[in-house]
Every structure is written in C-alpha cells, then in structure tokens.
Ligand binder design. Structure first.
Ligand SMILES: Cc1cc2nc3c(=O)[nH]c(=O)nc-3n(C[C@H](O)[C@H](O)[C@H](O)COP(=O)(O)O)c2cc1C
Length: 263
C-alpha cells in the first residue's frame, strides 16, 4: 500500500499538495482533502465555511483533485484523496483520476458535522453500509485502490462489520480514527484480515505508535500535527523501530522450513 508506514491524514481546507510536501520526508502516503465532490456536499461545505470552518471549495472539484494529485507527482509519497459525495457518479470519476495516477481513493465515512451528515455524507455512511459498499465497489471498478475512512464510537456501528462489508465490496484499506477506543483497531484487523489498516487518532510518539501496531495496524497516520516535523520524525522513527523489531523476531526464509515454522 505504502512505505514507510506513516500517513498524513486529511484536514479539510488545509490538506493540499503544498501541505503534503511539508511532511513527505517522513510519510509513505498523504491523504489530501476532504474534497466535497457533488452539489449537495458542496452546499454542506459552504455552510461549514459560514461557521468558520475551512473547506476546499474550488470551482471544479474533479479538476482540483487531478491537479493536486499531479502536483505531488515528484514527491516520494503515495498520493491519496479523501472524498465526500451525496451521489455516486462523482466518486466514480474521482476514482478514475486516482487510478490513472496510482493514487488511493478514500471514501469519507468519517466526518460528523451535521451539515454533511444531513445530505448523507461522512458518518451517515457508517449506518448505511449498503450505500457505502456501493461507493466502494464503483471506485474499485473504476480501477482505483480504495480506502474507507471510518470513526469509532458511533452509536449502533460495529466497525468490524463495516470492515468486512467494505472489504467484500473491493476496498483494500481502512483508515480508522479510533477516537478514545484504541482497541477497536484489533476488532477491525481480526474482522477483515486482508484489509490494510491505518490507525489514526493521537498518534504522536513511540507509545501511541506501539499501541496501534501491537493491535495489528499495518500503518499509522497523523492529522492535526501533520506539519510538525518534530512529531513526524518521532512517529516515523517509532514505526521503523517497531517493524525492524518484529521482522527480527520472525524467522527468515533460511531459518524456517517450507511451512514457515522455525527450524
Ligand atoms: C480541522 C480538521 C479537519 C478535518 N477534516 C477531515 C476530512 O476532511 N476528512 C477526514 O476524513 N478527516 C478529517 N479530519 C480528521 C483527521 O484526519 C483525523 O482523523 C483526526 O484529526 C484525528 O487524528 P489526529 O489526532 O492525528 O489529529 C479533520 C480533522 C480536523 C481537526
């Protein structure tokens, strides 16, 4: 999916190519956006701006996605884009743009602002897994590598079930904002072992990195301090250290028999 196993997580209105460049030295992937793609989600984003939140509202969101992904072309990170949409066709279009650029299309089932939820975006998709699965399937059929951004602690939502459902719809990754429930990462990895799991929320240092990786995450991501090189360096070093230790504990091909069991 990406190496090193550190990602920069979307901050609406801030996470463009220029933002990604600041942290690219430390990260293997950069999730741009979130970008509102269709008229309903853009109307919701406009309302958010009216109450002083930052949002991307370019004239043409798909051209914006293409341009920002292209602008990351020379950086050593895998580009990704987090999208919101109340309707399916623009998700398919954005996925085509991602497929052409080997970028990850991330379906946002995470944002909890009332304006976005009211038009069926973000967190509402967690309670409407059929529609979420339709978005994932359309994006995967368009050829993109698909991730789904989810949030823990949403009443009535079992993220293990969500993970299974998006995996069978064609998602390859799930990006889990664990909130204050870090162990949810273990539920997700156990429920859908084939998904690449990116753990998120308060990843800041060795302790938080080890906790998520010990729960089975394949990578971690950093949101709010994603332009702070001190945090990113600490996180990157802890991730590299954890994988070096876990590789050393695993027997190499020379030391194991054909079944992978240590001799
Ligand atoms: C101002 C702000 C804007 C955000 N915008 C988005 C977004 O558009 N899409 C999304 O999936 N997550 C969004 N997030 C969530 C972050 O990507 C991340 O999941 C969250 O901040 C927890 O990670 P952190 O503790 O590393 O910041 C936003 C968070 C903040 C603080």
């Amino acid at each position: 999916m990406f190496e090193p196993r550190v990602a920069l997580a979307s901050l609406s209105g801030e996470s463009d190519a220029e933002w990604a460049r600041v942290g690219s030295e430390f990260a293997g992937a950069a999730f741009l956006g979130g970008v509102a793609l269709d008229e309903k989600s853009r109307a919701a984003a406009r309302k958010l701006v009216e109450r002083d939140r930052e949002e991307f509202l370019p004239e043409d969101p798909l051209s914006f996605v293409a341009a920002e992904l292209d602008a990351l072309g020379d950086e050593p990170v895998r580009p990704a884009v987090n999208v919101r949409s109340a309707t399916l066709p623009p998700v398919r279009e954005a996925a085509r743009l991602c497929a052409d650029r080997d970028a990850i299309l991330e379906v946002n089932a995470h944002c909890r602002q009332a304006e976005l939820c009211a038009v069926g975006c973000g967190e509402t998709l967690l309670r409407d897994t059929d529609r979420l699965a339709e978005y994932v399937a359309a994006a995967a059929e368009a050829g993109a590598t698909v991730s789904v951004k989810v949030r823990a602690e949403v009443e009535g939502v079992d993220l293990g079930e969500t993970a299974r459902s998006v995996a069978s719809a064609g998602a390859e990754a799930i990006h889990v904002d664990a909130m204050d429930s870090e162990a949810v990462v273990r539920d997700v990895t156990e429920a859908a072992p084939d998904l690449f799991v990116v753990a998120n929320n308060e990843v800041r240092d060795g302790e938080s990195v080890r906790e998520y990786l010990d729960y089975g995450a394949d990578a971690v991501s950093v949101g709010r301090p994603s332009t702070d090189p001190r945090v990113l360096r600490r996180v990157r070093e802890a991730v590299d250290e954890w994988f070096a230790e876990s590789n050393a504990e695993r027997p190499s091909a020379d030391e194991s028999n054909a079944d992978g069991v240590a001799k």
